[in-house]
Design a protein around this ligand. Structure first.
Ligand SMILES: [Zn+2]
Length: 135
């Protein structure tokens, strides 16, 4: 009999299964390791495997369903950005994703986002201060 000493998961699928907790009501697998706060304050899990760190839901999609074509997003059918259940993930374009978020009320046209873009009208004071900054 082999001792059960496996400090590291051997596959990404194993890592995903070990690092998430099934949520019985929604069926979501909630990521319980590293979390990254993305744009618009949404939280995403990130997974480190063999020296590579990537978004956990994308890693999950690839591990269980297959490669993600270039330029496509992995979207959450359940709207829970910390969920890594491959059955809740679908491939869409950036546009699909935005449309989906709009429908669910997560579009960036929130009052906070509008307030931010409103501040861009006050830039014309002095033009010679910022030269050479490489910005
Ligand atoms: Zn889910």
């Amino acid at each position: 009999m082999f001792a059960k000493l496996k400090p590291r998961p051997r596959t990404v699928a194993e890592l995903i299964e070990r690092t998430s907790i099934p949520e019985p009501n929604s069926g979501c697998w909630i990521w319980v390791a590293g979390v990254w706060r993305g744009r618009r304050g949404l939280l995403y899990g990130y997974a480190s495997f063999q020296g590579r760190t990537r978004l956990a839901h994308r890693a999950s999609y690839e591990a269980f369903k297959g490669p993600i074509p270039d330029g496509l997003c992995v979207c959450h059918a359940c709207d829970n950005t910390l969920c890594v259940n491959p059955d809740h993930l679908w491939l869409g374009t950036q546009r699909d994703n935005m449309r989906d978020m709009t429908r669910k009320g997560r579009h960036p046209n929130s009052p906070a986002a509008i307030a931010l873009t409103d501040t861009t009208n006050h830039t014309n004071t002095r033009a010679n201060g910022a030269r050479g900054m490489g910005a």
